[in-house]
Design a protein around this ligand. Structure first.
Ligand SMILES: [Zn+2]
Length: 123
């Protein structure tokens, strides 16, 4: 990872996944090259801290409820609350796909379809 980060033109994009809809903060670093993820860069948790109760009855204050030893109902039944942390949210996937698409368009030297002018009819 550190060797990869030192490669030329490789940029680190740091953000918290809670800002893309994940239920936990999950600070994340993506290493990218020629991919613009400006909308994610520096996006940090800005959620209001609340009081939560642990299974043992003790309380704590945090922006997001801890997933440690917590179970939720998932699509395939009861699962650890931490399971979702291993997956990107739809919002994050869309941002990444859009960035890849734009990078490809830029590499091809073409504009995205919505920016193209309307076709000119026969003269
Ligand atoms: Zn947050």
């Amino acid at each position: 990872m550190q060797t990869l980060a030192k490669l030329r033109n490789v940029e680190a994009v740091d953000f918290d996944q809670c800002r893309t809809g994940l239920e936990t903060t999950k600070p994340t670093r993506l290493l990218v090259k020629r991919i613009k993820l400006d909308s994610l860069q520096g996006l940090r948790c800005n959620h209001v801290k609340k009081q939560f109760t642990r299974p043992d009855g003790s309380t704590y204050t945090a922006a997001h409820e801890s997933t440690v030893q917590r179970w939720v109902d998932g699509p395939t039944g009861r699962q650890r609350a931490s399971k979702a942390q291993g997956e990107y949210t739809i919002t994050l996937c869309k941002i990444i796909v859009k960035a890849f698409h734009e990078a490809k368009q830029e590499a091809l030297g073409t504009e995205s379809p919505e920016k193209e002018e309307a076709p000119v009819g026969p003269r």
